[in-house]
Write a protein of this length. Structure first.
Ligand code: SIN
Length: 291
């Protein structure tokens, strides 16, 4: 092999372009179907920490390649509730068939806040997407925190919030009540997780403060009733979902969104009735979070 043909493992080809005003970036110059050199992984980790959600386009991933890429970041969380891809328990299917009306993730939430150690994030790979519709919204909880008044930040700094999986995935959940869920979500008896986390966390990678409550899984403030908590939670949710803290991603087959659950919320839009959407999701285990 001529000297000039030799791949330089120390030099990364990663190009990162910020997309939203506060967060979200597109990454180019990486083929995730190939093993990732350390130099590339380092650049991807920096981008992930800085932007909260990173997107890739035109990727052609087998389930094995998806798993191999995920394992470069840490341990894979095997999802308790979602149907898995056949033969790949590490990969959860996020599916909606043309005749189904309910989508998965159709409201602002951050995954796994009900776990004692919330998941780091998810790598969502688009296999089949409608030509129009089916976008995913993301919101930056670091930007939302930064924009709060000093007074409210101070109040929130003394608070912790209770999160649960029970009302979403348990026997009495809204998902369970929907007839066309068609086996996409199951194991209601395993929805036993409750966790208490600070309302303002220090992000383990970026060191930035982030708002850590979400409409999907947060029930109330610790030591407060649900009714007492509702007005302040509503105020925080209205604030955090302000358009300037959000970014809307339009999927194409082969797109990937890799989001950080400790820094962002997401919301899968359900505006593609009669069309199919099939995503493969791998979720990664996280680390302890604190104020
Ligand atoms: C999810 O909430 O994990 C699904 C997001 C999506 O399908 O866009």
């Amino acid at each position: 092999m001529a000297k000039s043909d030799k791949r330089d493992e120390t030099k990364s080809s990663v190009q990162v372009r910020q997309l939203g005003g506060h967060f979200a970036a597109e990454v180019r110059g990486v083929d995730l179907s190939e093993p990732i050199p350390d130099s590339t992984l380092k650049d991807l980790k920096n981008a992930f920490g800085q932007y909260g959600v990173i997107f890739f386009r035109d990727q052609d991933l087998t389930p094995e390649a998806h798993i191999r890429f995920a394992e470069r970041w840490g341990e894979i969380n095997i999802n308790r509730f979602f149907q898995a891809v056949d033969g790949y328990p590490q990969i959860a299917e996020v599916r909606k068939e043309p005749d189904q009306t309910v989508n998965i993730g159709g409201g602002w939430h951050t995954d796994h806040s009900y776990d004692q150690i919330p998941a780091l994030g998810s790598i969502l790979y688009a296999r089949e997407v409608p030509e129009s519709g089916g976008d995913t919204l993301f919101a930056s909880m670091s930007a939302a925190w930064d924009a709060l008044s000093d007074g409210l930040k101070q109040t929130l700094s003394g608070l912790r919030a209770v999160h649960s999986s029970r009302h979403v995935f348990g026997a009495a959940s809204a998902y369970k009540a929907v007839a066309d869920l068609g086996g996409r979500i199951g194991n209601a008896e395993q929805a036993t997780q409750d966790a208490v986390h600070p309302v303002g966390i220090t992000h383990p990678l970026s060191g930035r403060k982030a708002l850590y409550v979400n409409p999907g899984f947060t029930l109330r403030f610790e030591g407060w009733t649900t009714a007492e908590s509702a007005p302040l939670l509503r105020t925080l949710y209205e604030h955090a979902s302000r358009p300037e803290f959000t970014y809307r991603f339009h999927w194409e087959p082969g797109s990937i969104a890799f989001w950080d659950n400790r820094a962002t919320w997401h919301y899968a839009l359900n505006d593609y009735a009669g069309k199919q959407r099939l995503m493969h999701r791998i979720t990664l285990e996280g680390e302890a979070i604190g104020a």
